[in-house]
Design a protein. Sequence first.
Length: 484
Amino acid sequence: MPDISVLSVASEYWPLVKTGGLADVAGALPAAVAPHGVTMTPFIPGYRAIMKALGRKRLVHEYASLLGSPARIVAAKHGGHPILVLDAPAFFDRDGGPYADAMGRDWLDNGLRFAAFGKAAADLAAGRAGARPFDLLHAHDWQAGLAPAYLTYAASGAHRPRTVMTIHNMAFQGFFGADFFPRLELPQLAWSIEGVEYHGGVGFLKAGVGLADAITTVSPGYAEEIRRPQFGMGLEGLIVGRQDRLSGIVNGIDPAIWNAATDKALEATFTANTLEKRTKNKRAVEAVFGLEPGDGPLFVVISRLTWQKGMDVLIEVIDHLVGLGGRLALLGSGDAAIEAGLREAAGRHPGRIGIRTGYDEALSHLMQGGGDAILVPSRFEPCGLTQLYGLAYGCVPVVARTGGLADTVVDANLAAVDADAATGILFSPLNYESFAHAITRAVRLYADTAAWTRIQKRGMAADFSWTRSGRTYAQLYARLKENA
Ligand code: ADP
Ligand code: GLC
């Protein structure tokens, strides 16, 4: 078995800090690759909450100045697993979220904060910051995008680990003005189209995609899509130019956390053979959301409230959904205008539409365990995790046909139903007509209890564990290490 050491560099890490699926993936990856001879050490920013949550810390490296501020790298253990943390109070010791203040305004120094993170990651991976050098550095999303650049432009002769850049979301690229470049302490050589320069400014994700030895994204479908302007969002040319290094590896789900048979957040645990127990969870969801109890279809949404997630179209179909006898429980946080639109629609249908804003991990589990169908009307979706949790919990996914959603859900068309292969409902394009039609199909299918139960069971039998993808990542690391 190969013995490969990987430094995984991500701005989120479940359960210590999470705003979306990136945290789930960064948290699950070390255990997913471990059976294949990969020792993965996560490196994360020392946000205030993380520094508080961690117990004993060991000093690994001290910077008198990391891009202008004092900083330390410390080693700690979380859940028995070693992690490395960038303790840089000037950048990370503040109230609010990882990227924005409590009002949702991006931190003005985000460029510098995550440049410092990328630089420290490169120092660590190269063996310049206390720890032993790593074979590979695996960077996730724009926040880690400069790490491959710091390695590329390090002094010659230094150990140069291989690098992997994973794109979880093209919509966030980390773009900053030209005046920011001198603060990065990179050589002038890096200010070029081959380096970090992008449309006259500094592009973090662009730098990572352009300089990494391998590029991955989180589903084969999205790997195809980002070759086109609509999904590549400006980086499609670079992606096409480097497509021989690009692959799509679908995310898994962590069976220790998302397991309906053992989930403590549920009122009633269940398996595919005891689906009737879900009713108890359904009653609990209705109570939390102030919905009239009933046996009719209960739709759920668990989502960031953003344009990506198609929440504006959801607002449009609410009257249709209620008109068909459906009810909706929505848990989300994000855009204030979307929230206002949802609340207005909910106001028209008391007892039929319930909305909770904010972040509530336990409630999200209960909703998957009690909802009949989960709606995911995304405009684009690199992978998507909530449809995978839905599949595992018998909460049938009704999803837009895009990216990872299209890769992981089998539409209940006639052929798939006959072959007992269907696991959900897909629709496209994302607009009122097709989304409304998908909801009509879901309500009709739900009325046919035998057919609905088959779809639930088929979804629950699907394997979305990390087994396959963990192996695929490990094979990629091994190839890169061999060719070092
Ligand atoms: P994205 O990362 O684009 O937001 P994913 O589907 O990959 O989309 O991951 C979203 C993750 O965040 C899932 O684990 C989902 O359950 C969780 N989530 C999203 N919104 C909320 C919320 N308001 N409360 C609790 N969990 C949420
Ligand atoms: C991003 C994507 C989502 C994906 C997640 C984890 O946030 O929007 O589709 O599942 O990253 O890879």
